[in-house]
Design a protein around this ligand. Structure first.
Ligand SMILES: [Ca+2]
Ligand SMILES: [Ca+2]
Length: 283
């Protein structure tokens, strides 16, 4: 069951009462797939171009900041959160300005192809949770409202966080979050043995629309991480996948976007080679 609540004139919150996932959408939310309102797409594309220029300027401005991620060779040092992060689908906390995002996303299996949309991702940790956020340019929103069938996320734009303790025979855990608030979370074993009954202890998980795409902001609790065999302490290392599916239309053909690519191999995020390594940094 889902509950709609309007708490101010600018946004509408859609709450999944079972998962706790909340999508915060501006009232000028992108049209549902196939709706007449999709005629506004050209206007959105123009906005996208202007916004990308602005983001390029911003990237230059923050390129020398402290806490910079190191995203070479599939290894990232995750900075410790120095202030409270409100998981509300808005990336207006200082950490998102002060820490450069991961931007090394590529089209999976197609090294010569430039990703058609910009993808930026951040990770932060504290003693009680791991925070992950994505900011995605997307001129072609493809989404549907949340419903009881989490597999309906499969045909939607979405950002994906995979977490794995590194045991080849052990489980890995996946949270796939769409811009309209639908979430598909599951546990899996290699190769592609899925258990949809698993659900993350997602105390907070929100998505919101931006003028040029969407944001997903999520936290995974210490309790959930403990159950995965992942430790929240300085120096701890574990494996993670950061992925994105970008559809031009609902249930169309996606462009698969990944942080760790297997060049010249078909896109497949459910293999160990698609995971990078995170190290929890002291600051
Ligand atoms: Ca926030
Ligand atoms: Ca899209």
């Amino acid at each position: 069951m889902f509950v709609d609540a309007v708490d101010n004139v600018d946004k509408v919150d859609t709450v999944d009462s079972q998962s706790g996932f909340v999508a915060t959408a501006l009232k000028n939310v992108p049209p549902l797939p196939g709706s007449a309102a999709s005629a506004s797409k050209n206007f959105r594309r123009n906005l996208l171009m202007k916004y990308r220029v602005a983001l390029s300027c911003l990237a230059v401005a923050v390129s020398g900041c402290a806490g910079l991620h190191h995203d070479t060779a599939g290894f990232v040092r995750v900075p410790r959160a120095t202030a409270e992060i409100q998981v509300d689908g808005k990336l207006d906390e200082a950490c998102y300005r002060e820490c450069a995002p991961l931007t090394a996303f590529v089209v999976a299996g197609e090294p010569a192809r430039i990703a058609p949309e910009e993808t930026r991702a951040w990770l932060f940790w504290s003693e009680d949770r791991l925070v992950c956020a994505f900011e995605c340019g997307d001129a072609t929103p493809a989404w549907a409202p949340p419903n009881a069938n989490e597999r309906d996320v499969d045909g939607q734009d979405r950002c994906e966080l995979f977490l794995w303790a590194g045991d080849a025979k052990g489980p890995y855990y996946c949270i796939e979050a769409a811009p309209g608030g639908a979430v598909h979370d599951y546990r899996a074993h290699f190769y592609r043995k899925f258990d949809d009954a698993w659900s993350a202890e997602r105390e907070n998980c929100r998505a919101s629309w931006t003028p040029t795409g969407y944001v997903v902001e999520m936290a995974v609790s210490k309790k959930a991480l403990d159950a995965m065999g992942l430790r929240l302490e300085t120096g701890a290392r574990f494996r993670a996948g950061l992925f994105r599916a970008d559809y031009d239309k609902y249930c169309g053909e996606p462009t698969w976007i990944t942080w760790i690519d297997r060049p010249h191999a078909p896109a497949d995020f459910h293999v160990a080679e698609s995971f990078g390594t995170l190290e929890l940094a002291p600051d």
